[in-house]
Design a protein around this ligand. Structure first.
Ligand SMILES: Cc1ncc(COP(=O)(O)O)c(C=O)c1O
Length: 440
C-alpha cells in the first residue's frame, strides 16, 4: 500500500476509484525537466552584446586553465606547490584569524594592509634594492592587477607602448585593453633593444620590461641597456613598467638590483608578486609607485575592487615578519636549482642532439632550442597529445621571430616527473623527426 501511495503521489500511476490503478502515460521526471531548446544560437558578433571595446580587449586572450592536478612536465607558470609548507601556513593563518581585531573585518585601505605594505617595502629594499617607503607600496591581486592599474592610470587610448617581443602576453592584453598601441621591440641577449625601439617609435608613453629575467627568453638586461632606457624615459617624460615576477630565483652570480633602484626621477613603476614566490591561488602581489602617483593609484583602486582581502593580507604579513617567507624563498631557490639540473641532465641523456637546453641563470623555466626541422608549435601539439604541458617560444613572438624553441618549466615538477617528461618529449621529438623525413 505504501509503495502504491508513493507511486501515485509522485505521478507514476493514477487510480480510478473502483476501477483500479494504472501506469501514467507520461513519466513525471520528463515533465519536471527543462525542455530542450535546441542548440545555443550562434549570434553574429555585432549583436552578441559585448562592447566593441571589450571585443578588442579579449581578442586572442588565452584563459589559463585551472590547475586540477599537480603540475605535469613542463608547466611554466607555477612554483613548487608540492613543497609549500602547508602546515606552517595553516598555523600562522589560524593564529592570525583567532587574534585579529574586529577592525580587520571592516573596510580596508585601498593601498593595502599597512603592516604588509611595510613588510614589502623592507623586503624589496633589502632583496632588490628598490627605494620606497611603505606608502608607495600598493598591494594588488597579483602582478596582473598591478599591470591593469598601471594601464588604467598612465595610458590614454592611442598611446604608444614599447613592448618586449617576444614578451609576456598578460601584459600585452592588459595594455591593449587600455587602448594602447603596442610597438613590438626586439630583445637580444642584453634585453630590450632600446636603440631599435627609439627608431620604431621615438615618443612612446610607456615601456614594459622584465629586466631581471626576460619573459620568455630568460636574459638579464645589461646595465648599459638599463641606463639607456632610464635616460630615454627621463628625457621624454615616459614611464617604465618593471615587471619582476620571479627575480628572487637566481642561480649564478650576484643578482643585479632592480632597475627602479637606479631611478632618481620617479619614472619606474615596479611590479612584484607573491604568486610565484608562494603559490598562485594566493593572488597577492604589489606595485611600488612613484610618490606623486600614490593618490591616483589609491583612488582608482578604491573603485576597482577597493582592496585585497584584509585577513589574507594579515596572514601574509605575519608569514613574512616571522621570517618564514625568506626561509621558503631560500629553500625554493635551492630546490629549483636542483630541479633545473635534473632537467638538463635528463635532456643531455635522452634528447641529445635534438634540443639544446639552456642552463637557466634565473627563474622557473628555461629555453630548449630545437635542432629539428619541425616547427615548435608542431612539437608542442604532439607533446600535449602525449600529456605534456608544453609551450612554444613562437607563441610569445609577434613580429620578431627566433629559431624554434620550447619553454620548459622546471620549478613545479619533482625530479621523477621531470625525467618522465623528458622521456615523453624524446618520443614527441623523434616522431616529428621521423614524420618530417617521411614527408620529404
Ligand atoms: C612576466 C609575468 N608577469 C606577470 C605575471 C602575472 O603574475 P600573477 O600571477 O601574480 O598575476 C606572470 C605570470 O606568469 C608573468 O610571467
Amino acid at each position: 500500500m505504501a509503495a502504491f501511495d508513493q507511486l501515485r503521489g509522485e505521478g507514476y500511476t493514477w487510480t480510478q476509484v473502483g476501477g483500479g490503478t494504472y501506469v501514467a502515460s507520461g513519466v513525471p521526471d520528463r515533465s519536471m525537466a527543462v525542455a530542450q531548446t535546441g542548440p545555443i544560437l550562434d549570434l553574429p558578433q555585432s549583436t552578441c552584446g559585448v562592447s566593441k571595446r571589450a571585443r578588442r580587449a579579449i581578442e586572442g586572450v588565452r584563459v589559463l586553465p585551472a590547475s586540477h592536478s599537480l603540475a605535469k612536465a613542463f608547466r611554466t607558470y607555477e612554483p613548487a606547490v608540492d613543497l609549500f609548507p602547508v602546515n606552517l601556513w595553516a598555523r600562522v593563518a589560524g593564529r592570525v584569524l583567532r587574534n585579529a581585531p574586529r577592525s580587520l573585518y571592516g573596510q580596508g585601505s585601498p593601498g593595502g594592509y599597512q603592516p604588509l605594505r611595510k613588510a614589502i617595502a623592507e623586503y624589496v629594499g633589502s632583496a632588490r634594492g628598490v627605494r620606497c617607503d611603505a606608502g608607495q607600496v600598493i598591494v594588488t591581486s597579483g602582478a596582473q592587477q598591478g599591470l591593469d592599474l598601471v594601464a588604467r592610470i598612465l595610458l590614454d587610448p592611442g598611446d604608444t607602448v614599447w613592448m618586449e617581443d617576444p614578451g609576456y602576453p598578460g601584459a600585452s592584453f592588459t595594455l591593449r585593453a587600455a587602448g594602447a598601441k603596442l610597438v613590438h621591440v626586439p630583445v637580444d641577449d642584453e634585453g630590450l633593444m632600446v636603440d631599435s625601439a627609439r627608431k620604431l617609435a621615438p615618443a612612446p608613453r610607456l615601456a614594459y620590461v622584465t629586466p631581471s629575467n626576460q619573459f620568455p627568453l630568460g636574459v638579464t638586461m645589461s646595465l648599459d641597456r638599463r641606463l639607456a632606457l632610464l635616460k630615454w624615459a627621463v628625457k621624454s617624460g615616459a614611464f617604465i613598467i618593471e615587471d619582476e615576477y620571479d627575480a628572487e630565483y637566481r642561480y649564478f652570480g650576484r643578482p643585479m638590483a632592480a632597475l627602479q633602484s637606479l631611478d632618481r626621477s620617479g619614472c619606474v613603476v615596479y611590479i612584484g608578486t607573491f604568486t610565484k614566490m608562494l603559490f598562485n591561488a594566493l593572488r597577492l602581489g604589489f606595485i611600488v609607485v612613484p610618490q606623486r602617483l600614490v593618490p591616483a593609484f589609491e583612488a582608482t583602486r578604491s573603485f576597482v575592487d577597493r582592496h585585497p582581502p584584509t585577513l589574507d593580507q594579515a596572514i601574509l604579513a605575519e608569514f613574512i615578519l616571522e621570517g618564514h617567507f625568506g626561509h621558503h624563498v631560500r629553500r625554493m631557490r635551492q630546490t629549483y636549482a636542483e630541479r633545473a639540473s635534473v632537467l638538463r641532465d635528463a635532456a643531455a641523456k635522452r634528447l641529445n642532439g635534438l634540443v639544446d637546453v639552456v642552463e637557466p641563470v634565473a627563474g622557473m623555466r628555461t629555453i630548449a632550442w630545437l635542432n629539428t626541422d619541425a616547427s615548435d608549435i608542431a612539437i608542442v601539439e604532439r607533446g600535449r597529445s602525449l600529456g605534456l604541458e608544453l609551450t612554444a617560444l613562437s607563441e610569445f613572438a609577434v613580429r620578431n621571430s627566433h629559431p624554434p624553441a620550447l619553454i620548459l618549466g622546471f620549478a613545479a615538477c619533482n625530479a621523477s616527473e621531470l625525467r618522465r617528461g623528458v622521456g615523453v618529449l624524446a618520443t614527441a621529438l623523434e616522431s616529428k623527426r621521423t614524420r618530417g623525413k617521411n614527408a620529404s
